[in-house]
Design a protein around this ligand. Structure first.
Ligand SMILES: *[C@@H]1O[C@H](CO)[C@@H](O)[C@H](O)[C@H]1NC(C)=O
Length: 551
């Protein structure tokens, strides 16, 4: 079987499954007494809150037998748009999946209070159906729910995907268990264009299944960037075609703990079908211990006195071979990952090893760097950025690269992560004219007792001193889940619904800040994720109509 056929088959299986755990669904029982269902989940509860929403008291019915989601007449996308067809199937399953054993409520006749169809209308000539989402993608949509038709209008498929999620969130079960939806009008668009989740697959390997389940959950929360921190010191699971030794030597296991080219393709396509960009991070010159195992002479030998100690430090910035390697490596990355951006890291470089090495010291003297090793770091990064610029990619970098005064391309995205003074940093970066994204308040690997989602929710990304022009340069943020204490056993409940707080902050209007309203909507949203097969942890004492029956 060739790779692309294999991919297509896998996507077919994944695309048509419900919450990725179809067999678990068969164990769910219908609630016996409808009135025991919490109010918040009986009435469609939206998360993140749309920009403009008006839900009326007119309740309409959906019939699982007659209801369909289909291209509206005159839509410019057409039935050939597999991205939309795939999404229609997915959302039909989400809406009706667990009520298949309710024939009596599915057989009611069409009548004045029944919604028979959701018509999806793509209004722009170029719907981007075959393309990849990007930072300028239009995710806006308008949704009108009425009888006999609900209509979802969007300029591009990306907005249609967001609108389908919203539609599915509006559906609730009435007291007899029938699927209902109130007559509603919504006009929606994201406040920020870049709404990301960082997952770290180096400190612990994450099976593809876990990555896909989280992409699926990201779509439920309208996140649109998967920042794949794919390699780091502990392991190198990315299987490179050009340099296969990197993962053969640097992965935790060369066959079972690697991402093959077809794995990577699958993640990218699964993300694309959900309007999610995949931005890989290959962090250098620090955080590269695992690179050294499969690539001789890439890392700097550290010295103890006048002898090599046998240990290695950051990438060796004084050898031409380093830059030959980086050119070839990033050329590959440029062809494997379709996104216009790659994240180049550049954080936390430890200078001790460079300091100990006599060749590096000699080079420092030649260049007139004195003992300022941040100049050497900048020297390296500058050369790397020039290399990557030739691969037609834009780059994202952690804030230190900007702080050290490295010359950056105007379209560089500076990623602010250092907690203290993050606001000041946002001011500085934007004053210098660079676009920026915020992560400092959203390190979700830090856990604490009680409702820490509120802390993430209360962040205001534009809360720094600066002009209107500067604030426009803030294109969003990312919730980061670093992997020291996280693997497949605990990743999903640790991330959700805590990351959902970040999702609403980045999508909804700035004045959506009512914490009590957020609590009740988020509780319902969390139950919805659970119903869809995602083990999202609880916010507080509560129950869901259908509890998670994970194991
Ligand atoms: C939907 O309609 C029902 C029935 O009229 C009403 O009780 C409920 O409050 C409405 N839901 C919302 C979110 O307005």
């Amino acid at each position: 079987m060739n790779a692309s056929l294999q991919l297509a088959l896998l996507l077919l299986t994944l695309g048509s499954s419900r919450g990725l755990q179809p067999d678990l669904w068969d164990d769910f029982e219908e609630p016996v007494e409808a009135e025991r269902v919490v109010a918040a989940s009986r009435f469609g509860s939206l998360w993140p809150l749309p920009q403009k929403v008006k839900i009326s008291d007119v309740s309409l019915l959906l019939s699982g037998l007659t209801f369909r989601i289909a291209d509206g007449k005159g839509s410019s996308s057409g039935a050939s748009c597999s991205l939309l067809q795939n999404a229609y199937r997915r959302y039909y399953e989400y809406i009706f999946g667990h009520s298949k054993r309710q024939p009596e409520v599915e057989s009611f006749p069409a009548g004045p209070s029944v919604v028979t169809e959701l018509q999806v209308l793509i209004t722009s000539a170029d719907s981007e159906c075959e393309g990849f989402p990007g930072v300028t993608s239009d995710e806006s949509y308008e949704l009108t729910v009425d009888q006999p038709y609900a209509v979802l209008k969007a300029p591009k498929v990306w907005g249609a995907l967001r609108g389908l999620e919203t539609f599915s969130q509006l559906v609730y079960e009435d007291e007899f268990g029938a699927k209902s939806i109130n007559s509603t009008t919504i006009s929606d668009f994201p406040r920020f264009a870049h709404r990301g989740i960082l997952l770290d697959t180096s400190r612990h390997f994450l099976p593809i299944k876990v990555i896909l389940a989280n992409l699926e959950t990201m779509a439920m929360n309208k996140f649109n960037v998967f920042h794949w921190h794919i390699v780091d010191d502990p392991s190198f699971p990315y299987m490179s075609r050009t340099f296969p030794h990197l993962s053969q030597q640097g992965a935790y296991h060369p066959y079972t703990h690697v991402y093959t080219p077809s794995d990577v393709k699958m993640v990218i396509e699964f993300g694309r079908l959900r309007g999610i960009r995949v931005v890989p991070e290959f962090d250098t010159p620090g955080h590269t211990q695992s690179w050294g195992k499969g690539q001789k002479d890439l890392l700097t030998p550290c010295y103890s006195g006048d002898k090599p100690s046998g240990t290695f430090g950051p990438v060796n910035p004084i050898l031409n071979t380093t830059y030959d390697f980086m050119s070839k490596f990033f050329k590959e990355i440029g062809t494997v990952f379709p996104d216009a951006y790659v994240h180049l890291g550049g954080d936390e470089v430890d200078f001790n090893c460079w300091k100990s090495n006599p060749d590096i010291q000699k080079f420092m003297a030649q260049q007139g760097f004195g003992q300022d090793f941040s100049k050497l770091e900048s020297f390296y990064i500058q050369k790397l950025l020039d290399i990557v610029a030739t691969t037609q990619k834009g780059y994202m970098i952690w804030q230190e690269v900007f702080d050290n005064g490295v010359k950056l391309k105007p379209d560089t995205v500076v990623h602010v992560w250092i907690g203290g003074g993050a606001n000041e940093e946002m001011g500085k970066v934007t004053a210098a004219g660079f676009t920026t994204i915020l992560s400092a308040p959203w390190y979700l690997d830090y856990i604490s007792y009680a409702q820490d989602w509120q802390k993430y929710y209360k962040v205001e990304p534009l809360d720094f001193k600066g002009t209107e022009e500067q604030k426009k340069l803030v294109i969003g943020g990312e919730a980061c889940l670093w992997g020291e204490y996280v693997d497949a056993t605990n990743l999903t409940p640790r991330l959700w619904p805590r990351a959902s707080a970040v999702a609403e902050r980045l999508w909804s209007a700035a004045d959506v800040t009512d914490i009590n309203d957020a609590f009740s909507r988020l509780s319902a949203h969390r139950c919805r994720m659970v119903e869809r097969g995602i083990p999202a942890e609880p916010l507080f004492s509560s129950y869901c109509p259908r509890e998670y029956r994970g194991i």
